[in-house]
Design a protein around this ligand. Structure first.
Ligand code: HEM
Ligand code: HEM
Length: 278
């Protein structure tokens, strides 16, 4: 990555990290200061695990997993190691989302509130199920050594699109959840009267939008992609990869599609190298 490009990357990454971390602080303050706190007792404090674990796991950890290949100081690490980190973070995000769903179902059943009546719950459950599918297919395609390279390449556009679509949908689901929770729980004064909790939690929603927008920006810049293994190998033997800022723009352009995808075009030779789970 050229120096100028590297600086832009650092700025966007820092703002994204700040928005994500502040969102976590905000959701914790919401449930601990404005709401009933956290507990596992079938009551409202059990419900509160739902937004907390969704923001930490399904939004922050998933966003991190998505951009982990893009971080230049990981480029000297093997592709296999980065796949494990990407898959591991996604698995952790999924696990926290499932625990968060158990919390809300448990709370609903204990309080005799019906399940699955809202648009939030419909889109949310669909996202969790499809995310589980994406995880299983990701492991099957990119971690199983016997999966043919041609399958990996053919599936990569769907994997990337599916991942970005799910991440975006999950932010939208969180915004719906936040809005309905504020409408349900603020009574005197009401949501429409803008009490401090409403303003505070609206800001949480804005932070999630900013975090999502920046993660999508990072994940869609061609010049910020992890270079192919072949190029990294060449640089490594030349001693160039230690300083990632020296990786020039020409390099990034050579590798402007996900590595597994390069099999589809004239760069067939580099595909063979990249698909080795090395
Ligand atoms: C309920 C998913 C985030 C608030 C539900 C339910 C699902 C779900 C499937 C239905 C549970 C049941 O019927 O018993 C998700 C997903 C999220 C998310 C995938 C990922 C971001 C949030 C957030 C809030 C929230 C951030 C903010 C407080 C609620 C509320 C309910 C609920 C109030 C109960 C009412 C209803 O069923 O719509 N959520 N949720 N959710 N969620 Fe979320
Ligand atoms: C790339 C999402 C699970 C392997 C990507 C990208 C996204 C994504 C958005 C594009 C990143 C970029 O262009 O830099 C997801 C989601 C998952 C998931 C949401 C879970 C639900 C997995 C799993 C594996 C995997 C389990 C298995 C190792 C890969 C590989 C790439 C990739 C090899 C290409 C990286 C590159 O060459 O630049 N994933 N992924 N993914 N993912 Fe996943």
């Amino acid at each position: 990555m050229a120096m100028e490009n590297f600086k832009h990357f650092l700025v966007v990454l820092s703002v994204a990290a700040a928005a994500g971390l502040v969102s976590i602080i905000f959701v914790l303050r919401w449930v601990l200061h404005f709401r009933e706190g956290l507990a596992w007792d079938g009551g409202p404090a059990e419900f509160n695990w739902h937004p907390v674990l969704m923001v930490i796991g399904f939004i922050f950890l998933q966003g991190t997993a998505i951009i982990v290949y893009r971080i230049p100081w990981t480029w000297h690490r093997s592709k296999l190691m980065m796949k494990f980190i990407h898959a591991g973070l996604n698995l952790l995000a999924f696990t926290l989302a499932v625990v968060s769903m158990v919390a809300v179902f448990d709370f609903h059943n204990a309080a005799k509130i019906p399940n699955m009546y809202s648009l939030h719950s419909w889109v949310g459950l669909a996202a969790v199920i499809l995310y589980g599918l994406q995880l299983v297919l990701g492991v099957g395609m990119y971690l199983m050594p016997f999966t043919p390279a041609s399958w990996r390449a053919a599936f990569m556009p769907l994997h990337v699109y599916g991942g970005l679509f799910l991440f975006t949908s999950i932010i939208a689901v969180a915004l719906m959840g936040i809005t309905e929770k504020l409408i349900f729980s603020l009574s005197d004064p009401k949501y429409k009267d803008s009490p401090p909790e409403a303003i505070f939690v609206n800001v949480l929603g804005l932070l999630l939008v900013v975090f999502g927008a920046l993660i999508l920006w990072i994940a869609t810049r061609k010049s910020w992609k992890r270079p192919s293994e072949q190029i990294l190998h060449t640089l490594h033997t030349d001693g160039g990869v230690e300083d990632s800022s020296k990786v020039g723009p020409a390099l990034s352009q050579l590798s402007d599609v996900p590595n597994e995808e390069t099999c589809g075009d004239v760069r067939k030779r580099s595909c063979k190298l990249d698909d080795q789970p090395n």
